[in-house]
Design a protein around this ligand. Structure first.
Ligand code: FAD
Length: 470
């Protein structure tokens, strides 16, 4: 249903001149996501420059029951930031809310607006000599508002937690148009329900996040990046235990990569090379950080030697420079990209208890091969968090359309293994449009009832990101 012209004009008047986009070519970058899996239409794309402007938009939408689609960097992987095809929804891009509002080095806190990119937030923390540890491959584009709304994970969850663990306070515009200012930097506040947690991971369905107070940490003085070979995921888990016990400081990343995944990165991504002399069935990218420099490297080497002596690792290389560490990370971060060169892929972002990862992999790999003989799995990811990106690439030379036609069967087979291990069908990326139909299959009636009750209490008119999540 399209909107009446005078209502469209009233929405446009909520933002500064030039910030209400109606021409198709101006709207286009906001209407589809980078892989073109979802494309929509919008009556307008609004680019507010302040919380007050966001509130004006929401008040008008509430009065006329118009669906609003909050959008940050548009890097989300489940379609939550894309409008439907009706042309009657409005995209609210938060990217112009891009100011750092407050720096508090002594209190280890940083208050930023929702459209500040993750990279900019990290840099602002760095200018204080501190660390904002959230880190993911899309950090140059993804925004803090998007990170919060998806409860993003990334590569340092093992040491610092998900986004939920990194937020001290929030400011949000509620579906009524009221502004809730919860920008506190308190470490302790037991005064009832923790309201900020309602908005974290809500995928824009309960309100629009406009600013956040983030938790900072002392920046590690030393960091070691290791590329290691391991015979199997079971051995990899053993190595995690050994290194966590023996290493100085914190193990901040512990990433698993299969041999086929590395092979295709080396084949397709220019400038990559294998850090070890011979390939192994599985590889690990390990990062250890510490506050001390003295004896750090020696202690880390001793931990690796112990893991090798126990057979948990078969070989390991320590990056000798920042450039080499970046090259190690490039191998891990290009794994998804490299799959594109090999045809179609069916992807899953799943989590199981950490100890169950080896059994999950054995069972899910067997299911995938049984369903599509010759398929080429690329299961990689955050082993230390029990989060595996269980991606399956089509058999060599197979018809891509026919392979992708098996998506539903492959999803069902993989999710059945996830369920056996009491895992999650969405570890990091959320539900969005992609997994909405699956939600009732993984949530109990009690859980779904609670979620619907919260949604109805906050957004009775259903204007906030309709059609997503629930
Ligand atoms: C190459 C690549 C690597 C990635 N790696 C990871 C990873 O390691 N870990 C991980 O967790 N994710 C990862 N992602 C997914 C994505 O980057 C994250 O979900 C990110 O947090 C989304 O931020 P964004 O600003 O792009 O949000 P968008 O894509 O714009 O929006 C995502 C969702 O949040 C909502 N939203 C956005 N801003 C607001 C706001 N201000 N208020 C209310 N709702 C809002 C949208 O409606 C939508 O539902 C990756 C994506 C890519 C492309």
């Amino acid at each position: 249903m399209t909107l009446a012209p005078d209502l469209v004009a009233a929405f446009a008047a909520c933002v500064a001149p030039g910030q209400a986009l109606s021409a198709p070519e101006d709207q286009a970058p906001y209407l589809s996501e980078w892989r073109d899996r979802w494309t929509g239409r919008a009556a307008l794309v609004l680019r507010p420059g302040s919380t007050d402007e966001v509130a004006a938009i929401v008040r008008l939408a509430a009065a006329h029951r118009v669906g609003l689609i909050p959008q940050g960097g548009n890097t989300g992987l489940v379609g939550g930031q894309i409008p439907d095809g009706s042309g009657g929804q409005i995209v609210v891009s938060l990217r112009r809310l891009n100011r750092v509002r407050h720096r508090d080095a002594a209190g280890l806190a940083l208050t930023v607006e929702a459209g500040v990119t993750l990279l900019e937030a990290q840099a602002a923390a760095g200018e204080l000599g501190l660390l904002f540890p959230l880190s993911l491959a899309a950090e140059g584009t993804a925004t803090i508002g998007g990170n919060i709304s998806t409860n993003a994970g990334g590569t340092a969850v093992l040491a610092y937690g998900n986004t939920r663990d990194l937020v001290l306070g929030l400011e949000a515009v509620l579906p009524s148009g009221e502004v809730w200012n919860g920008l506190k930097s308190l470490r302790k506040d037991n005064t009832g329900y923790d309201l900020k947690n309602l908005f974290i991971g809500a995928e824009g369905t309960l309100g629009i996040v406009t600013a956040a107070t983030l938790k900072l940490f002392p920046a590690p003085r030393s960091r070691i990046t290791i590329f290691a070979a391991t015979p199997s995921p079971r051995h990899a888990l053993e190595a995690l235990g050994v290194i966590r016990d023996a290493a100085p400081g914190l193990v901040t990343s512990f990433e698993l990569m299969p041999r086929f995944g590395l092979d295709i990165v080396l084949r397709h991504i220019p400038g990559t090379r294998h850090p070890l002399s011979s390939p192994s069935p599985w590889a690990l990218l390990i990062e250890i950080a510490a506050q001390t420099r003295q004896g750090f490297r020696e202690a880390a080497e001793a931990a690796l030697a112990e893991a090798v002596a126990k057979g948990a690792l078969s070989d390991a290389a320590i990056a000798e420079s920042e450039a080499q560490a970046a090259a190690f990370w490039r191998l891990r971060e290009a794994m998804s990209e490299a799959q594109k060169f090999e045809g179609g892929s069916i992807k899953h972002d799943v989590a199981v208890p950490v100890a169950a990862v080896p059994a999950f992999l054995e069972e899910a790999l067997a299911e995938a091969e049984c369903l599509v003989p010759g398929c080429r799995p690329v299961p990689f990811g955050h082993l230390g968090d029990g989060n595996i990106h269980f991606n399956i690439t089509q058999p060599d030379g197979a018809d891509t359309g026919v392979f992708l036609g098996r998506r539903a069967d492959m999803n069902a087979a993989v999710f059945a293994v996830v369920a056996r291990h009491r895992g999650s069908i969405s570890a990091e990326h959320g539900i969005g449009i992609d997994k909405r139909a699956l939600l009732p299959t993984v949530k109990s009636p009690v859980e779904l009832g609670l979620m619907r009750a919260i949604k109805t209490a906050l957004d009775p008119a259903g204007i906030m990101n309709p059609g997503k999540l629930l």
